[in-house]
Design a protein around this ligand. Structure first.
Ligand code: NAD
Ligand code: GLY
Length: 356
């Protein structure tokens, strides 16, 4: 097992990465003997029983949410509060998220809100959650008008990444996670980007060494940025490379149709194209990025049915918007991302026009 640390002073916590970690009581640092496990109807039948072994001596209950991005909203969130109150869990309870990014974001947000804040643990079971959403304390739900628009920063007590859980993940979801992995290479880790180019087939074949390396390297990259800028007042926004475009596509298509990782993949392509239009990124670097994304079995083009007006309007509903101006994460080079609002809006429109 590999242990990484997210260095946040009093809110620091470990990330455990390894095989066969579900059910290991020694990894759990629950603040009391009360635990509510939150999972969904797909993950619970696969992993709830094993997870429960770690909590043999606890007062433990579980709540099983419907599965899907379309259920990541305030109405469904209430199911967690209903269970907490019905079963008389008090402020000492620890919530345990067992699932992908949707369960993780919702459980974390419920933990941030219940009785003004209780502890929680992330047990991440998708590649996307293992490389991104379980780390860093962003929690929340969607609004019909904008993705992840209701939420809170709330750090977990620990993150448990049992790579064996990836055995049951389907290929499309695995690729969606790889989009966020590619993101780290593009932001500030050229060496990792090159490693990814050389290891596509091993990753897609689920070679355990390749996957473990990619997960650990992604978590190291993320933990470093989060430690520098926990609440995204600056550098952390770089982690949103591709997300402003991607979120607009996800929301525009209707939650759950275009996977989050797929939206990010398309968004990265758009960010690269626009960076090239601005004269920052060479055209052959754009091709290199799109080639890697395609090889990872991810989409590179905007799905049919969305108009430029729709996308531009949805991009306005983004947490990086300041005083009405959309700040974008763009690329000066592979391994060198920047955040800027210094661009010609007409050029952005033209880039989308050429791309759609
Ligand atoms: P998800 O949680 O919907 O999981 C994808 C699918 O895989 C679901 O159907 C789920 O039930 C299933 N699944 C989960 N684990 C499985 C397993 N081991 N075996 C078989 N099936 C399994 O989606 P996701 O891609 O994990 O996460 C996307 C969400 O994460 C989005 O809502 C996104 O906004 C959020 N996100 C948050 C952050 C953050 O920093 N908080 C970062 C990135 C993404
Ligand atoms: N996924 C972006 C962030 O955690 O900041």
């Amino acid at each position: 097992m590999k242990t990484l640390n997210v260095d946040l002073g009093l809110r620091s916590y470990p990330i455990y990465i390894g095989q066969n970690l579900l059910g290991l009581a020694e990894l759990i640092k629950a603040s009391s003997q009360q635990v509510l496990i939150v999972s969904n109807e797909t993950v619970a039948p696969l992993y709830l029983e094993k997870t429960l072994r770690a909590f043999k001596d606890y007062k433990v209950a579980s709540v099983i949410l419907p599965d899907g991005e379309q259920y990541k909203n305030l109405t469904i969130l209430n199911q967690i509060f209903d269970k907490l109150l019905t079963d008389r869990f008090d402020r000492q309870v620890t919530l345990v998220a067992l699932g992908g990014g949707v369960v993780g974001d919702m459980t974390g947000f419920a933990a941030a809100c219940y009785q003004r804040g209780v502890a929680f643990i992330q047990i991440a079971t998708t590649l996307l959650a293992q490389v991104d959403s379980s780390v860093g304390g962003k929690t929340g739900v969607n609004h019909s008008l904008g993705k992840n628009m209701i939420g809170a920063f709330h750090q977990p007590q620990c993150v448990i990444i049992d790579t064996d859980t990836l055995d049951t993940l389907d290929d499309r979801q695995l690729s969606a996670g790889l989009a966020e992995v590619i993101k780290y290479g593009l932001i500030n880790d050229l060496e990792f980007f090159e490693w990814l180019e050389n290891n596509v087939s091993d990753l897609l074949a689920r070679d355990s060494q390749a996957l473990s390396f990619a997960i650990a390297r992604s978590c190291e990259n993320k933990a470093k940025i989060v430690a520098e800028d926990e609440r995204e007042s600056g550098r952390r926004a770089l982690l949103n490379l591709g997300h402003t475009f991607g979120h607009a596509i996800e929301t525009g298509m209707g939650y759950g149709k275009c996977l989050h990782g797929e939206g990010v993949a398309i968004g990265i392509c758009l960010a690269a194209e626009f960076s090239a239009q601005l004269g920052w990124l060479a055209n052959d670097e754009v091709s290199r990025i799109k080639t890697l994304i395609k090889r990872m079995a991810l989409p590179t083009s905007i799905p049919a049915g969305l108009t430029i007006e729709q996308i531009l309007e949805l991009m306005q509903v983004d947490k990086k918007v300041r005083d009405g101006k959309i700040r974008l994460v763009l690329l000066k080079n592979i391994g060198q991302a920047i955040i800027t609002d210094q661009y010609d809006s007409q050029l952005l429109r033209n880039t989308l026009q050429n791309y759609i």
